[in-house]
Design a protein around this ligand. Structure first.
Ligand code: AMP
Ligand code: MG
Length: 209
């Protein structure tokens, strides 16, 4: 496969990347945390390619990247007010929320779980790609499983050149560490993974964690 290298600054990059995603291909996308390896999160066959390219175990769930809080209810249900409060304060940004998944989200994306992780990345080109694709983009960190997360396009190229359809170069990731993950499926919010948003910041909104 001939991997396309697309600069985030080029005018047709978002359109080209969105087209690839709509057609079931893989695109490495920049975010403020780390580079993601993206596919149409609603297309099981496309999502399967992520697991193969990364060598990722099938039961390790993916994060669904969405273009804003208004998309949460398309893919989640039983959404507590806390989720909207967190989105209002930290999105777009390095916070991922785990919520009950709607049936529209394939089990392949959730690693077989009935919940799904959602996040709105703070990266203009990537949100534009998601909007133009018209689908949520399932994306784990772009590194090969077991290796450090990728924070530059060159690093992604090293791992995936010739193995995925395209890499969008948005420069070095500003935050450089993974998103914080908070589980909102139960009464009391749970911190599942530390990351770009601190527990103290979360507590300002949640009151309990
Ligand atoms: P990565 O993007 O490579 O950091 O991987 C995403 C991580 O998000 C997974 O390894 C899980 O730790 C977490 N995650 C994704 N979906 C869920 C979920 N439904 N429930 C709990 N954790 C999740
Ligand atoms: Mg990872």
């Amino acid at each position: 496969m001939n991997t396309l290298f697309l600069s985030a600054a080029a005018p047709d990059t978002a359109l080209v990347a969105a087209d690839i995603l709509k057609n079931g291909g893989l695109v490495a996308i920049p975010t403020e945390t780390v580079y993601g390896l993206g596919a149409n999160g609603l297309d099981e066959e496309a999502v399967a390619k992520i697991f193969i390219a990364k060598g990722r175990p099938q039961d390790n769930p993916l994060i669904l990247h969405i273009s804003g809080p208004e998309q949460i209810e398309l893919f989640c249900h039983h959404i507590p007010q806390k989720a909207y409060d967190l989105a209002e304060k930290f999105w777009p940004g390095p916070l991922t929320m785990v919520l009950p998944a709607r049936d529209t989200v394939p089990k392949r994306t959730t690693g077989g779980l009935s919940t799904v992780a959602v996040r709105c990345p703070d990266c203009d080109v990537t949100r534009e790609i998601i909007r133009l694709a018209g689908v949520p983009v399932a994306a784990p960190s772009a590194n090969i499983s077991g290796k450090p997360s990728t924070t530059t396009a060159a690093h992604v190229r090293h791992d995936h050149d010739g193995r995925i359809a395209a890499i969008v170069d948005g420069g070095a990731c500003r935050v450089g560490v993974e998103s914080t993950i908070v589980d909102l499926t139960e009464e009391r919010p749970r911190l599942l993974r530390p990351g770009g948003i601190t527990p103290e910041q979360l507590l300002e909104v949640l009151g309990d964690l």
